[in-house]
Design a protein around this ligand. Structure first.
Ligand code: UDP
Ligand code: MG
Length: 329
């Protein structure tokens, strides 16, 4: 790419905006969400729609949304056939979203809706992606903050397309970005990475993340760990390559050590003991080999996931307002 300024696309008109919201057991949050977000969107110079993706909720989330559709005609409800996880639900939402602009946000109001106005301004200035950047994680526990920091550091260290520190999923994207993201059909859905991968002009909008409004976060550390693993193995070969260097280093040291033992044996005779060093070597190499094997298994498992070519999500039904029901495509 050259640095010559691209002709500014005309972004002065009234764009259509789709808000994609994945929901999982959120019967008590969807109402308050719309009460806050809708008036804000109405004030903006754009027309808007909502795509709520019900990620296999066990509670009355769909019924609650159905009720809300009476007051908010702009709602489409995409009901998945079971819980596929937030990343798959987001994918479903992006696939369904129409319009010039797509905003994705959580339903628990942890993504301050006022930011959408700023996102829109940035888009008019010519940015294709405007994303929320958490300038403080005070609402998170220290442990969560530390693990998050560790993850971003490692990810950006080894992945080609870095993801900004403390950027969440909350963002506004131009249609062309969404179209590119839609083409990424891998099963390993690390959305933050997938959304960064196509590139385009992006800008950060800092905000302070408030604690969850109602309901409970459905993340725990085990889920977060697996999420991080998906992120790293899905976007980097570095963990696989690392062992080449570890192996080379160990082999080199072993060679020196072997030379030392041979020379020592030749000139000073063998000393029988050596038990300790043998055990250390066996334990060490055993550990290294198991670790490497586990790591290869991790990638192999992911290759297995990909080659099966299963759908990323399954839509049970799409519910539009005014009681008209359309079947899944
Ligand atoms: N979510 C989802 N599927 C899941 C878990 C969560 O669609 O399996 C949705 C949830 O309803 C919410 C968003 O993802 O709108 C973020 O979830 P949560 O607030 O639990 O995550 P956190 O804010 O702790 O990252
Ligand atoms: Mg949340």
């Amino acid at each position: 790419m050259t640095d010559s300024p691209a002709p500014l696309p005309d972004r002065s008109g009234r764009p259509t905006l789709t808000v994609v919201v994945p929901v999982f057991n959120e019967e008590e949050t969807v109402g308050p969400f719309l009460e806050v977000v809708d008036p804000l969107l109405r004030k903006l110079d754009c027309s808007h729609r909502y795509v709520f993706v019900d990620d296999g909720s066990h509670d009355r989330t769909v019924a609650a949304l159905r009720d809300l559709q009476r007051d908010y005609q702009e709602i489409s409800i995409v009901v998945l056939s079971r819980n596929f996880g937030k990343e798959a639900a987001l994918t479903a939402g992006l696939d369904q979203a129409e319009g010039d602009l797509v905003v994705i946000m959580d339903v628990d109001l942890q993504d301050p809706p006022e930011l959408i106005e700023t996102f829109l301004e940035r888009w008019r200035e010519g940015y294709d992606i405007a994303f929320g950047l958490r300038s403080s994680r005070e609402s998170d526990s220290l442990a969560k903050r530390l693990t998050a920091k560790g993850f971003y550091t490692i990810f950006n260290w080894i992945a080609r397309e870095p993801i900004p520190f403390n950027a969440g999923d909350y963002r506004m994207m131009d249609r062309k970005v969404v179209s590119e993201i839609r083409r990424l059909r891998e099963r390993n859905r690390f959305m933050k990475g997938l959304m960064a991968w196509p590139g385009f002009k992006s800008t950060a909008v800092p905000f302070v993340r408030p604690p969850r409004e109602a309901g409970e976060s459905s993340w725990n550390y085990w889920k977060l760990w697996n999420f991080a693993l998906d992120g790293i193995t899905g976007f980097s070969m570095a963990p696989l390559r690392l062992w080449l260097y570890v192996g080379a280093f160990i082999a080199f040291v072993s060679l020196l050590f072997a030379g030392y033992i041979v020379i020592k044996g030749l000139f000073f005779g063998t000393d029988v003991p050596g038990y300790a060093s043998l055990m250390v070597a066996i334990a060490f190499f055993g550990g290294v080999q198991l670790l490497t094997l586990g790591l290869i298994g991790e990638y192999l498992g992911r290759i297995f996931q990909e080659v099966k070519q299963r759908p990323i999500y399954i839509i049970d039904k799409v519910l539009e307002a005014e009681e008209k029901e359309s079947a899944a495509p």
